[in-house]
Structures are given as C-alpha cells and as structure tokens.
Design a protein around this ligand. Structure first.
Ligand code: OOG
Ligand code: NI
Length: 476
C-alpha cells in the first residue's frame, strides 16, 4: 500500500487547527483580540530576549509557535468518546494522560488528544482537552434518565465524517481531497449551536444538578469551549489584557514567573453570556442565555520528570497552605510574593534542572563536537560543549493539580483519591477503546532517543577514516 497517496496526518491536523481557529474567530470576537495580543507580545519577546534564555531550538520549538493552540470539549456518552478517538487518530492525535476532575467536584474525567512523536509535535502540536460527562454523578434518577435519553438521541458527527473515519482506518489514511472534506466535516462537530435540544425548564434542572451537565446535555454537539494560543510572556499578556479592558483573572494559574519557565501558566477571561433558544411547546419563542465559552492564554515551560513534578506539586501545596488566592484579586500581590518565595527552592538554571533529573531535555550536538572523547559522561559532554540541551516543552495539562488543591482544601485524604481515580480510569479507557498513554514515558522516549542519536554522531566523528585530520584528542 503506497503511503504517498495519503496526506500526512500532521498536515491534516494543521489544516484542522487553522480551520478551528478561523471558526472560533467568527464565533467569539474577543478570541481575535487575544490572538493579536499574543502575537505582539511574542514578537517583542523574541526581539528582546531571543531564544537564548529559553535555550530553545529555533526550528523545532518556535517554528510551531504562531499556530499553536489547545481547545477543550466535553462529551456526553462513551460512544461519542470512542468515535472521537477514531476521528482524532486521522489527525495524528492520541489520548495522553488521564485527569479525574471529580476530585474538584466537576462531574467529568478527561484526557488530552495530542501528537506524540517528536516530528509531529514540531510540525503542529494542536491538542484538545477532552472530557467525558459522568452521568452516574447526577443524583436525581429521573433527571439522569432524561439526560441519558437526550444524549442517546443526538449524533454529533456528520454522516460524511463517519464515512471518512471508516475509510481512513481501512486504507491507512486519506488522500488530499478526502482530507480536505474530512477537515470541513469534522469541524461541524465543534460548532456552537444556539438552538438548544431542551426546553427551558429541563435546562434549568440540568443546570441546577451541575452547570457542566447543562452545557453537555442541552445542545446538539460538543461546542469547542475555548481555544488557547501560547505566549512566551504571560505576564506581559495579562497586563495587555487588563489595559484593553478584557476581564482577565486576578492571578495567573500555575508556577510563578521564572528564568526557566516550568510546565504551564494560564490565565483566562470570563465566559460569555450567549443567547440561546430553548425548545418551545406552545409555538412561542423561548430565549435565554448560556455561559460556557471563555478565553484563555498560556505560557508553556519545561516538561518535568516524575521527580520534578512531585517537587512542583509539593511546592504548590505548600503555597496554598499559606495563602488561598481570593477570587476578587484582593490578595493577588501577596499570593505572588509567597508563591515566588516558596518556589525559590526549585532550581532555576537549565543545567541544574538537568543535572538533578527534574526536567526533560532533547540533546543535540554542541558547538564543540571536536572536544568529545569516547567514554565521556553526559555531564562531561555538556561541560566541554560537544553536547547541548534544549528543554522539552510541556505538551500536557495541569487540571489534576487544580483538583488536588480543591481536594486538600476539602480535607479529603490523598489515598482515597487515588483509589477512586484508578477505578474510574478503567471505565474511561473502556469507553475510549484504548489505553491513555503515559506522558512521562513519552517525554523520556524522545529524550533517550535524542541522546542516543547525538552520541552516535559524536562517536562516528571520533572514529574518522585514516588520512583525515583528527582533532578528537585535542583537549582544547
Ligand atoms: C477543560 C478545562 C481544561 C486547561 O487548559 O486546563 C483546560 C474544560 O473546561 O472543558 O482546557
Ligand atoms: Ni484550557
């Protein structure tokens, strides 16, 4: 089966991400404002600091930046999740990680669909945080049955999207023409529908059970609820948002600002109140409003190892024991001061993060490959400049730490939480029809492969054929 007949899944994904961005611009005008703030701030940052501070690779880490987005959707049934997994596979996106949000009193569990290979991430890292509603958490049995019935009656995929998923699976891909149709058809699933599936009273009952339940069950499809661009300087973006009158949150979520950015920092503006038409039983129009869609921007830093992540979680928990950020922002400055204080314990130099095994890096040939001597340790190679390191961008999400914070505020104990989380994960994966991949293993695999490849290159040039000048023993 000649593979060249098919469009590269990364190309289909890039087209899909661009089409989604185009659609969201029309649906949510404030999204366009965020995109232009982020573009300006990123240009400034690169002009001012260049890549030096980030130790980033120009092509691999920043080529993707202007197109980089993540979205989020919430699905209603196991079947929807199952088909969504097959649809995203056509775009080269796979389920990574399992997030149990019931710990934060949100009745969903989730995964992130994203590319997993190094080349695919460099081409376009588009990711979608995808949640599945847990109807069993609706206590009222009659309401639960009604929700189930509503969800069973809807089809969130178009007929041709379903046909093309099937075709892609059977052939091993889609050609250019089919891929273009697929992008257009799959986009329909993510579109906002202002006409609800339910009457006003049902909407309010669902809303009373949980806001999120109304959001999932009342509509024809899983509208994309935010689309987040990536900035290199979220503090500058936050200031620009406030200066332009966009109602940004008081405090940026996640780690503090650092010389070496860690994991993920995010800020958002409040959800829009959008007009909705409810089902009417007497022919008279019934309109109301629904709030679900919001704006978010993020700054991504280095992916931490398990050890690094444990340190991060512990420091964040330590911060939150000292101060809880008030929703109205009244103690924001104090919160940031304490956060900075507590995180002073975490190394803030790339080499220290590397040497202590706290973060993942890609290895590449350094500026002085001639200084390599066979048998040098990795640290020696970094010291003598035969190798260099690029911090790997964190490609995942942090809602687990948010859930954990809620949990600790409520005083529940952690052992109980992980027991539940295990049980739910099995149900989630059964619905998905696949296991969720472990994010740490994915980063480690790319790191290990980059080291093996760089060392092979160094060793090959160390064993030069006779007659060529040999500088490899030269200690300078
Ligand atoms: C998803 C929230 C998760 C993020 O950036 O952490 C998310 C949702 O609200 O559906 O997008
Ligand atoms: Ni988000």
């Amino acid at each position: 089966m000649p593979e060249h007949r098919f469009q590269d899944p990364s190309t289909i994904r890039a087209h899909f991400s661009a089409a989604m961005s185009q659609m969201y611009r029309q649906e949510v005008p404030a999204y366009s404002d965020l995109i232009s703030i982020v573009a300006d701030v990123n240009a400034d940052f690169l002009h001012r600091d260049g890549l030096q501070a980030l130790q980033a690779d120009d092509d691999e880490d920043l080529g993707r930046l202007s197109q980089e987005r993540h979205g989020a959707i919430r699905l209603g049934t196991p079947e929807e999740l199952h088909t969504m997994r097959r649809a995203f596979a056509v775009l080269g996106m796979h389920a990574v990680g399992y997030y149990d949000l019931s710990a934060a009193a949100i009745p969903v569990h989730s995964t992130a669909f994203r590319p997993v290979e190094r080349e695919a991430l460099a081409t376009n890292p588009f990711r979608v945080f995808t949640s599945l509603l847990r109807l069993e958490l609706i206590e009222d049995a009659a309401l639960r049955a009604q929700a189930q019935q509503l969800l069973a009656s809807r089809q969130i995929f178009t007929d041709s999207a379903l046909v093309l998923i099937e075709q892609a699976e059977q052939q091993g891909g889609l050609d250019d023409a089919d891929a273009a149709v697929f992008v257009r058809e799959l986009l329909e699933t993510f579109r906002w529908h202002s006409r609800a599936l339910v009457d006003e009273q049902t909407y309010h009952s669902l809303h009373d059970a949980h806001r999120l339940i109304a959001d999932v069950v009342s509509f024809r499809g899983p509208h994309i609820n935010h689309l987040t661009p990536r900035t290199l300087d979220i503090d500058a973006c936050q200031q620009a948002m406030q200066a332009q009158g966009l109602p940004a949150k008081a405090v940026i979520e996640g780690p503090p600002a650092r010389h070496c950015p860690l994991l993920l920092r995010q800020t958002s503006f409040k959800a829009l109140e959008e007009p909705v038409d409810f089902v009417s039983h007497d022919g008279r129009p019934r309109s109301g409003t629904h709030t679900a869609r919001f704006g978010e921007i993020e700054q991504r830093g280095i992916a931490l190892t398990r050890a690094g992540r444990q340190r991060y979680d512990a420091l964040l928990a330590q911060t939150r024991r000292r101060i809880t950020p008030a929703a109205d922002g009244s103690n924001a400055a104090q919160y940031v001061r304490i956060l900075n204080d507590v995180f002073a314990d975490f190394p803030d130099q790339w080499r220290a993060i590397h040497d202590q095994g706290l973060g993942y890096f890609r290895y590449a040939l350094g500026e002085h490959p001639e200084c390599f001597a066979a048998g040098d340790s990795t640290a020696q190679c970094l010291d003598n400049g035969s190798l260099q390191i690029h911090p790997m961008v964190y490609e995942d999400f942090l809602p687990v730490s948010a859930a954990g914070i809620f949990q600790s505020n409520l005083g529940d104990d952690a052992a109980d939480q992980s027991f539940h989380s295990g049980a739910h994960k099995a149900a989630f994966e059964q619905a998905l029809g696949a296991v969720t991949q472990d994010e740490f293993s994915l980063y480690a695999r790319i790191q290990d492969a980059s080291l093996a490849q760089s060392l092979a290159q160094l060793n090959a040039s160390d064993r030069q054929p006779p007659g060529t000048p040999d500088h490899s023993d030269n200690p300078a």
